[in-house]
Design a protein around this ligand. Structure first.
Ligand code: PLP
Length: 392
């Protein structure tokens, strides 16, 4: 006999909603932050530089620049690359809107490209086809935490003399061919939003080996000024110049303390995410209505998200799983379908069939480091329950 779905009045699998992601903050994290809160510097202090240093050394990049969020990181990257009105920047449509927004902030035109159906990562062939005389840069997104095909992307970028930006907001802790995320592109951007693999509430980081880009991005996050508050205090001088239009995209010292403390967990947490993903893979191997996205060879997937394609109606499944108190989500509505982009850049439905079809079928299941094996089993159970019901 079939179990009655919670949406039809049955008992939900979970008593309370299990979110799709949730931060883990330890007593050590709180102590690290408290120490900074009692110090002289809440912002532009020494902890910012310390966090940047440990982040650079963790990824293996030469430079790391802390910023107020992942969107600011992308905006700073567009600034450093000199993107302005008339320039085109290639970007996958299967991403969070902010990846493309950063291009528009600088007056650039996002040129969307489609993804590969099995991984939903940007399709390098489509990237090459989209290059024109106006192309200024290429942005790839390590969707769900899986690094893109960087051998191919770097080759295309090199052949056309274009810089490559990795929106790595999902992918800290990941590897591609043994190389760490944070070193795969010319500029790499991270987010420490509460749902991301490491969290500072709001926060972001940029990595690069290019000192010129790094200098530009450091000024950009501080109103475009040639020095910051602490540098002036240490020099005993009031003088600064604003050489370019910048923003206040600084990250506070106490957030940097939290970030530094969180960063220590990345190896352990990535392993745990992979472990949970492994449990899902195993459970769904026997369910015909559930197809996990493919994992490429030679990558270590950081699993910010666990995304599956459903062989049953996704909207019905979403509502039914929510009723079972499983906090499923959908990542993402392809960016070219958002009203702003349709209105401003004349994008429309039908332009990117792979992403559009995927969008109709995908669902993200809860995955975070604080989850227990029992939590994961509840999710598998709820998916089984809902799929069995709707597959009838
Ligand atoms: C979260 C995210 C961003 C933006 O980061 P914020 O810190 O929220 O500004 C950009 N791109 C991707 C792929 C993201 O997941």
């Amino acid at each position: 006999m079939q179990e009655k779905l919670a949406i039809d009045g049955g008992t939900p699998v979970r008593e309370k909603l299990l979110p799709y992601s949730r931060q883990t903050v330890s007593d050590d994290d709180i102590r690290a932050m408290e120490e900074v809160l009692r110090s002289d510097w809440l912002t532009t202090g020494p902890t910012v530089g310390k966090f940047e240093e440990v982040f650079a050394s963790f990824t293996g990049a030469k430079e790391a620049i802390a910023v107020s969020n992942g969107t600011a990181a992308l905006h700073a990257a567009m600034f450093a690359l000199g993107v302005r009105k008339g320039d085109e920047v290639i970007v996958p449509t299967m991403t969070f809107a902010s990846t493309a927004n950063a291009i528009v902030f600088q007056g650039g035109t996002p040129v969307f490209v489609d993804s590969e159906p099995d991984t939903l990562l940007i399709d390098p062939t489509k990237v090459e086809e989209a290059i024109t005389e106006k192309t200024k840069a290429i942005i790839s997104v390590d969707y769900a935490g899986q690094p893109c095909e960087y051998e191919a992307l770097r080759t295309i970028a090199r052949e056309h003399n274009l810089p490559l930006v990795d929106d790595a907001c999902h992918a800290i802790g990941g590897l591609e061919n043994g190389k760490r995320v944070g070193t795969l592109a010319d500029i790499n951007t991270f987010s420490f939003h509460a749902v991301k693999p490491i969290a500072t509430g709001e926060g972001g980081m940029i990595t690069t080996d290019n000192e010129d880009y790094a200098k530009k991005m450091r000024q950009f996050r501080n109103h475009g000024l040639t020095s910051d508050h602490r540098e002036r205090q240490e020099r005993g001088s009031w003088f600064y110049e604003m050489t370019d239009l910048g923003y206040n995209y600084r990250l506070t010292d106490f957030q940097c303390a939290l970030g530094m403390s969180q960063l220590k967990n990345v190896p352990k947490w990535t392993k745990r995410r992979q472990e949970i993903a492994g449990m899902y893979d195993e459970a769904f191997a026997g369910m015909s209505a559930v197809t996990p996205l493919k994992v490429r060879d030679n990558v270590s997937h950081a699993y910010h998200l666990y995304v599956v394609r459903l062989g049953i109606d996704r909207t019905k499944a979403f509502e039914a799983l929510r009723a079972e108190n499983i906090g499923v989500n959908v990542h993402y509505i392809p960016v070219h379908l958002h009203p702003f982009y349709q209105r401003t850049f004349c994008t429309k439905k039908g332009m990117f069939p792979v992403a559009e079809k995927a969008y109709e079928e995908i669902i993200s299941l809860p995955l975070f480091t604080g989850m227990t094996d029992d939590d994961a089993q509840d999710i598998v159970e709820a998916v089984r329950k809902v799929c069995t019901h709707y597959a009838k």
